[in-house]
Design a protein around this ligand. Structure first.
Ligand SMILES: Nc1nc2c(c(=O)[nH]1)N[C@H]1C(S)=C(S)[C@@H](COP(=O)(O)OP(=O)(O)OC[C@H]3O[C@@H](n4cnc5c(=O)[nH]c(N)nc54)[C@H](O)[C@@H]3O)O[C@H]1N2
Ligand SMILES: Nc1nc2c(c(=O)[nH]1)N[C@H]1C(S)=C(S)[C@@H](COP(=O)(O)OP(=O)(O)OC[C@H]3O[C@@H](n4cnc5c(=O)[nH]c(N)nc54)[C@H](O)[C@@H]3O)O[C@H]1N2
Ligand SMILES: [Mo]
Length: 754
């Protein structure tokens, strides 16, 4: 009997049957994203078939890394030789810190073939590399939470109020940025059962009031919509707190018992600190929510069991961590933190794994060793690092220095999708001596590399999906043969390590099968109830008892603040922080306040806010060439969503192509007209593969990639997180002939010159 074939991804787990990927039976709300996975993986025109070296670099080491470069295909042994030499050259002449191995991105969900882990292990055995801290997802929260809650971000998130408690006990959900099944399709490390839709349905059936405070109605369809101006949440939060203090509804007992610095916070809210009382009237003029609605909502919050959720999105914005802090302070002022199903949540719908705390379940990971190099960047400071080697930067209150990078290696990530201000990145990208990419597809980043090494895809390998919040373990079998001459990242780094004389240190003489057995043995040690490896292989999927724990965020602390002191200097929730104040940052003080973002449509009338959310039909830029994503495009471009009034003002009709531009860049997107978005806001989801044309008046991105428009600067100097959701743009109809999209065709391959 042939064993069952299962595989898994960040968007779901599948059985492979009659040539199709069928979502596992246990998944109540399978994601659509998987529908195009097989097709995308088999797309010959986007897959990288053989090692390829950019011709200009191969022949005269030029750094002209543009999207339309020509490549020379070379045999593997030559590619490995050249790549190993590039590493060796960098190490010999500049030292290991001149290698950038930060390589952010969302490659495979498998535990072994996780591209970043493989890369990290490789660079560690060759002496280390400069690296990155934090994520594009929530750098603001990662740096802020230790100061406010006194613990590591992941540990704070592990204490989240469980969905079961929310659905059982909550009477009012106030959701900044919504709670949407769109983003809950995904979780880092894999999904087996999607559950957020079920909880939202349950809340709707119970008639729980849900308030979606967002520029986009679909962020919580089942909710009432308060259409807030992007970037203005902090003003609304301050005003809600104002009503609570002003009406005697603030829980002073909670503030006194469980928080530190609340008088400073109240002084900021009431205007004693800066002369501006944060009244609903004041806030209404900023956030565009009527004064009466703010007052009414504050009263409802105080009179109901209320959960305040903030999606990750509003935090990926200018001063995003300050908004998050204000949200925490609002919840503290309400005083319901620690009670059943209420209080504060972060990103309850931003990932499938959010608000799903489990009893400690740790899974093995590929051991990556230690990195002897200490230089790092906050993840989204990559352009600045390349532009300004040896210059200082501030991060979490300390000053560091950017490394002088000569070699960049990226595995399993796509900076020409995920980074902001991509034309600026493209210019900075010409600075290193060598850029190496391993990927399975000719992404915008691969096209801008010197050495491109074809990785196999997750559908072509054996692996294990063990996600820490899931109760299913999937033994991933290859459902396709490895594409053409592609190799696993493990094979690629093994060959490179071998060439550089550290082969054994990298492989420990283990094959893929040995590593999987090794990881499984580690899992068994952590969880003795797990069956042996052969049983895992035979069954393909193992269902464990669901260890979700029903708990409330900071429940233990709130019931006994002295007995369960937090790890903050005060032992309490810091609604004002002396530590942050002592950093003397230009852009963040002792307690959250309001400053308008630098880009603020209120002051610039012909400008519109651009927000660039996660795409409905893809994971970021993955499988953008395949059916599901392609079918959503308009004339081949990513659709943008605009309000009917906005469309009328700019003489745009449904299906037109819009030119969206600002001082950083410009892009072409298809037009969808909907009353679900604010009239002053354009929604252009992220992830269209960047393709540029150089016109007489400058560069044009032709595919609808929002990141040629978004700003590249730290959200604040505390976290230096990315501010992707803060940008102003102009909108007009594109009337010139439409440039053809060619980014889904293979690059041009040429023979090397004699
Ligand atoms: N404007 C805007 N920008 C954003 C965001 C936004 O909301 N708006 N969101 C940000 C966020 S939260 C994130 S997390 C980032 C995501 O940014 P990325 O993670 O960089 O985006 P992906 O497209 O998922 O890139 C993953 C890459 O890994 C490759 N890959 C997959 N499997 C393998 C493998 O086994 N081996 C190798 N070598 N490669 C593999 C895929 O082909 C793909 O190119 O984007 C950020 N950028
Ligand atoms: N389908 C799909 N799901 C995904 C991903 C994907 O690529 N595709 N990526 C995953 C990843 S890596 C991450 S980190 C999470 C991210 O999860 P989120 O960050 O929650 O997702 P976003 O769509 O960026 O943002 C959520 C919403 O915030 C709203 N928003 C933007 N700016 C503002 C603002 O100023 N104020 C308010 N109130 N709302 C605002 C937008 O309308 C947006 O729809 O999503 C995950 N889920
Ligand atoms: Mo993310």
């Amino acid at each position: 009997m042939t064993p069952p074939y299962y595989t898994s991804s960040h968007w779901g787990s599948y059985r492979f049957e009659s040539g199709q990927l069928v979502p596992v039976d246990t998944d109540p709300f399978p994601s659509d994203i998987g529908k195009s996975w097989l097709e995308g993986t088999q797309d010959k025109s986007v897959r990288i078939a053989r090692p390829a070296i950019r011709k200009g670099w191969l022949e005269h080491k030029d750094r002209n890394r543009t999207g339309d470069a020509e490549f020379v295909e070379v045999p593997w042994d030559e590619a490995i030789d050249i790549t190993a030499q590039a590493f060796q050259h960098t190490i010999t002449h500049y030292g290991n810190q001149a290698i950038f191995g930060g390589s952010y991105g969302w490659a495979s969900a498998g535990r072994f073939h996780h591209a970043q882990s493989q890369l990290q292990r490789f660079v560690n055995v060759i002496g280390g590399a400069s690296f990155k801290k934090n994520t594009y997802s929530h750098a603001g929260a990662e740096v802020l939470f230790p100061h406010i809650f006194g613990d590591h971000f992941m540990k704070v998130m592990a204490q989240a109020t469980s969905w079961n408690h929310i659905t059982s006990h909550c009477e009012l959900i106030v959701a900044f940025g919504g709670i949407t099944p769109r983003t809950a399709q995904v979780a880092s490390g894999g999904v087996a059962r999607h559950h957020v839709s079920g909880h939202i349905e349950m809340l709707a059936q119970k008639g729980v009031r849900m308030v979606n405070i967002s520029p986009l109605q679909s962020d919580l369809e089942a909710g009432e919509w308060l259409s807030i101006r992007p970037g203005a949440d902090r003003a609304m939060m301050l005003a809600l707190a104002y009503v609570l203090f002003d009406s005697g509804l603030a829980d002073l007992e909670f503030l006194e018992r469980c928080t530190s610095g609340w008088q400073k916070w109240r002084a900021m809210v009431m205007g004693e600190a800066d002369g501006q009382p944060k009244t609903p009237h004041w806030a209404a003029g900023i956030c565009d929510i009527p004064e009466q609605d703010i007052i009414a909502l504050a009263h409802d919050m105080a009179h109901h069991r209320t959960l305040i959720n903030m999606a990750y999105g509003p935090q990926r914005a200018e001063r995003g961590e300050e908004t998050l802090w204000a949200c925490i302070n609002l919840a503290a002022t309400l005083g319901q933190i620690g009670q059943k199903g209420t209080g504060f949540a972060f990103g309850a719908g931003s990932m499938n794994s959010s608000s799903r705390p489990v009893k400690t379940r740790s899974w093995p990971a590929l051991p990556t060793g230690t990195n002897p190099v200490k230089s790092f960047i906050p993840v989204a400071r990559v352009t600045e690092m390349l532009e300004q080697p040896n210059s200082p930067f501030i991060y979490d209150g300390r000053q560091y220095t950017y490394p002088d990078i000569k070699l960049v290696i990226w595995s399993g990530g796509n900076p020409f999708h995920h980074h902001q201000d991509l034309f600026r990145l493209e210019a900075a990208w010409q600075k290193p001596e060598c850029v190496i990419v391993t990927d399975h597809s000719w992404t915008a980043t691969a096209r801008r590399a010197d050495i491109v090494l074809p990785a196999s895809s997750p559908l072509e390998r054996t692996d294990i999906m063990m996600q820490y919040r899931e109760c299913d373990i999937v033994y991933m079998r290859p459902v396709l043969p490895r594409f053409e001459d592609s190799k696993d990242d493990y094979q690629i780094f093994s060959a490179l390590a071998e060439k550089m004389g550290v082969g054994e240190a990298f492989t420990e003489n283990r094959s893929e099968a040995d590593w999987l057995a090794f990881l499984w043995a580690d899992a068994q040690q952590k969880h003795p109830q797990l069956p042996d490896f052969e049983s895992l292989q035979a069954s393909g999927i193992i269902h464990l008892e669901d260890s979700v724990c029903d708990q409330d965020f900071l429940g233990a602390f709130v019931s006994d603040p002295q007995g369960h002191r937090l790890g903050t200097p005060s032992g309490k929730i810091e609604v004002a922080s002396e530590t942050i104040a002592s950093m003397k940052l230009d852009d963040l003080g002792a307690t959250p306040s309001w400053t308008a973002p630098d880009e603020w449509a209120y002051n610039a009338e012909d400008m519109l806010h651009l927000i660039s959310p996660q795409p409905q039909f893809r994971l970021h830029a993955q499988n953008d060439s395949a059916g599901l994503s392609k079918a959503s495009k308009i004339n081949g471009r990513e659709p943008c969503y605009i309000h009917p009034d906005c469309a009328a003002r700019h003489q745009l009709s449904e299906g037109d192509i819009a030119l969206i531009e600002n001082h950083r860049g410009r892009t072409l997107a298809g037009v969808i007209i909907t009353a679900q978005v604010r009239p002053d806001t354009i929604v252009l989801p992220t992830g269209a593969w960047m393709e540029t044309r150089t016109l007489p008046d400058g560069k044009l991105e032709i595919h609808g990639n929002p990141n040629v428009l978004t700003p590249d600067k730290g959200s604040t100097s505390l976290s230096q997180g990315n501010p992707a959701h803060t940008a102003l743009v102009r909108l007009s109809r594109w009337t010139d002939p439409l440039p053809e999209i060619t980014v889904f065709n293979s690059p041009v391959f040429v023979p090397r010159s004699r």
